[in-house]
Design a protein around this ligand. Structure first.
Ligand code: MRU
Length: 348
């Protein structure tokens, strides 16, 4: 039987609900769930049913627009109070991915000149739909620029899932692989499993298989050996927040790959939309790093794998210093050092 190859997507707006692919259950179960109130949106984001910086932003935007539609007031001042309350609530769901606050601010901006509650409700939903559509176009461009730096048949490593299901479509770091396959290019991808939540094993391996990209799974600790023994020629990763000097927060383990790339003289690329840049902060030391529950590390498949009371440190992201980054692939082109200048010129 021949498998139909498709680039999977994870978000679909319907008249009165957002349909999301439940990423907690992949790859064994492909389940779509409906989000219908703000608590469900918040829960989906915090429990990683939907994850990845752009997808978090899009989901939060729909969540806020959806919640606002349910306010039962015609008083504009009261409407704005409820809006601010819910904006703050959603903004507190995950701290590192700046796309979340960026998306919520975009929604707030469309309320600047409104004169009625009805107009506000319409504008907010319209803004969420627009943001969702824009992200697909942006990711496609990132894919095109990614293809300009990666050569056909290259052996490329990635970590976490910065793919189609982490965005509206195509992804950021995985976009060149999806587009490359459509254009007849054949990359060989090594996906790090990405402990502790296994976005690489569960999501990237699944997503690339769905779209027919050649993918091989390794554990995170096999990265150095694989670079050397399998001749990895480039590393490409996503980002959750990039500061004005190019320092980049991404899934825990990313900076380890960048350090290895320096040792092996392998180019290290970050792929991210301009919504992931936070020019209000100068460097990576100012990026808030999310810490998650101990159970993500101590329990595997429902089984406790450590002493019950051992102290656990579980940072979900790390920061790669800009000195280790070869180029940042954005929808506006590929940025090179000095990042302070190229970021200011292109994004600022
Ligand atoms: O904790 P997650 O799964 O949301 O972390 C996701 C990542 O680190 C991604 O690389 C990043 O958000 C970019 S997604 C295009």
């Amino acid at each position: 039987m021949t498998q139909t190859l498709t680039i999977p997507t994870s978000l679909e707006w319907h008249e009165d609900y957002l349909l999301i692919l439940n990423q907690q259950k992949l790859p064994n179960t492909v389940e779509y769930i409906k989000l219908t109130n703000i608590e469900e949106y918040y829960d989906a984001i915090i429990t990683l049913k939907v994850r990845g910086a752009p997808a978090i932003g899009i989901t939060a935007a729909y969540g806020l627009a959806h919640a606002a539609r349910q306010y039962e007031t015609n008083d504009l001042a009261e409407f704005m109070d409820l809006f601010q309350r819910d904006k703050k609530y959603l903004a507190g769901s995950r701290p590192t991915a700046v796309n979340l606050v960026w998306a919520l601010n975009r929604l707030e901006n469309v309320l600047e000149h409104i004169s009625s509650v009805n107009e506000a409700k319409t504008n907010l939903l319209h803004a969420a739909v627009q943001l969702h559509a824009e992200d697909e176009a942006v990711c496609r461009l990132i894919g095109e620029y990614g293809l300009s730096v990666l050569k056909d048949k290259q052996i490329v490593m990635t970590i976490c899932n910065a793919g189609s299901i982490a965005t509206s479509k195509y992804g950021t770091a995985l976009a060149p692989f999806h587009l490359g396959r459509e254009k007849g290019k054949a990359f060989q991808v090594y996906a790090c499993e990405t402990r502790p939540v296994l976005q690489g094993a569960r999501l990237t391996a699944w997503e690339l298989q769905q779209s027919g990209v050649d993918v091989t799974l390794i554990t995170d600790s096999m990265a150095a050996h694989t670079m050397k023994e399998r001749g990895v020629e480039a590393v490409i990763v996503g980002a959750d927040r990039i500061s004005a000097n190019g320092d980049t927060a991404n899934k825990i383990g990313t900076s380890m790959l960048a350090i290895l790339c320096k040792h092996f003289n392998i180019p290290f690329y970050v792929a991210a939309p301009s919504s992931t840049f936070d020019l209000s902060i100068r460097n990576g030391n100012e990026i808030p790093i999310e810490e998650r529950t101990r159970e993500e590390i101590t329990i595997v498949g429902g089984t406790l794998i450590s002493p019950e009371n051992v102290p656990v440190y579980n940072p979900a992201f790390d920061v790669t210093p800009h000195e280790l980054i070869t180029g940042i692939i954005t929808e506006k082109g590929v940025l090179y050092p000095s990042f302070e200048e190229s970021i200011q010129q292109s994004i600022g």
